[in-house]
Design a protein. Structure first.
Length: 326
């Protein structure tokens, strides 16, 4: 292992012979020393280290980053305009500048795939450029596409988002409402890539009450979805004890958090809704599991629209870590 300076941030790299424990100890030392930390490797980098090289999964990377206190994902849904001022080309500059500013306080970037798809055929290379910029900054990429379809098509979606021939994202949001066989198809594609999944369980929008909170056999529907997610945890279990079978759980409705954590003890909760949507870090304590990386707070407008996005991201990171570590 070595530490090197890249783009004014302290960045660490890890070889295939380094254990998770060694990496976690190094990152903790750096953070305690007051240095911002960005991991400059991804799961496939480790997997490509040669025959027998260990595959470091998404959740283990989150655990490594979470231990020194970076439970924040930058949500790029706040990037409304990707068109150059003259209207002749797409401009990734604002998104890349935001990534550079917020990266030291974040572990991941969550691009809203729909914001790029609406650009038409030219949107896909723009998304790829933004994802590459995030990965070059040492951040994991969570493709927020909320895909779901019959199993053989789910596999194709997964290959397009997670595979090396597609976007190459490190995780994908999925819609599990078509059932366990669909979730299994996504997991079968994610596992070999060391990638993760975040299944919609109890979302942050007000309309979630219409269906996800509806009674289904004496319990809300979201509890049944949570049990489905938990039953697949072993398929993407990491060395850290966290599973790459994660859950999207809105921060805007803290009431169910304790029950959802009880039902999904090893899942990483991807939690949108903090900031502009009204969710508060102070309400998220019940969501925290036995690992500091068990919660990933996704923030968009509160960072993107701030006068100083880097400072806003760091403020959120510090608040979350102070509360989670106490």
């Amino acid at each position: 292992m070595k530490v090197k300076d890249v783009m004014t941030r302290t960045v660490w790299s890890i070889g295939a012979d380094a254990s998770l424990k060694e990496a976690a100890e190094l990152m903790t030392e750096l953070r305690v020393s007051g240095l911002p930390v960005v991991a400059d490797f991804r799961p496939r980098d480790i997997a490509a280290g040669g025959q027998g090289a260990p595959l470091v999964s998404l959740v283990d990377l989150l655990w490594l980053r979470g231990r020194p206190g970076t439970p924040v994902a930058l949500n790029l849904g706040g990037i409304a305009n990707l068109t150059a001022p003259d209207g002749t080309a797409f401009d990734t500059g604002p998104a890349c500048a935001l990534i550079d500013a917020a990266a030291p306080a974040c572990v991941a970037v969550k691009p809203q795939v729909a914001c790029f798809e609406r650009l038409g055929a030219g949107g896909w290379p723009v998304l790829a450029d933004v994802a590459t910029a995030a990965q070059d900054a040492g951040l994991l990429v969570v493709a927020d596409a909320k895909r779901g379809d019959v199993p053989h098509i789910a596999s194709v979606y997964a290959e397009g988002m997670l595979g090396d021939t597609g976007l190459g994202a490190d995780a994908l949001t999925i819609n599990p409402l078509m059932g366990g066989d669909v979730v299994d198809a996504f997991a079968e594609a994610a596992g070999p890539a060391g990638a993760g999944l975040f299944a919609l369980v109890r979302t942050s929008n007000p309309g979630a009450r219409d269906l996800l909170d509806r009674d289904a056999g004496g319990r809300p529907l979201f509890e049944h979805i949570a049990e489905l997610v938990a039953s697949r945890a072993a398929a993407l279990m990491g060395e850290s004890g966290l599973s790459g079978m994660g859950a999207v759980v809105g921060a805007t409705e803290p009431g169910p958090l304790a029950r959802l954590r009880e039902l999904m003890p090893s899942a990483v909760f991807l939690m949108p809704g903090v900031g502009a949507q009204g969710g508060a870090v102070s309400d998220l304590g019940p969501a925290l599991g036995g690992h500091p990386a068990s919660v990933l707070i996704a923030a968009s407008r509160s960072i993107a629209n701030a006068d100083d996005p880097g400072a806003a991201a760091e403020s959120l990171r510090a608040e979350a870590w102070e509360r989670f570590a106490s």
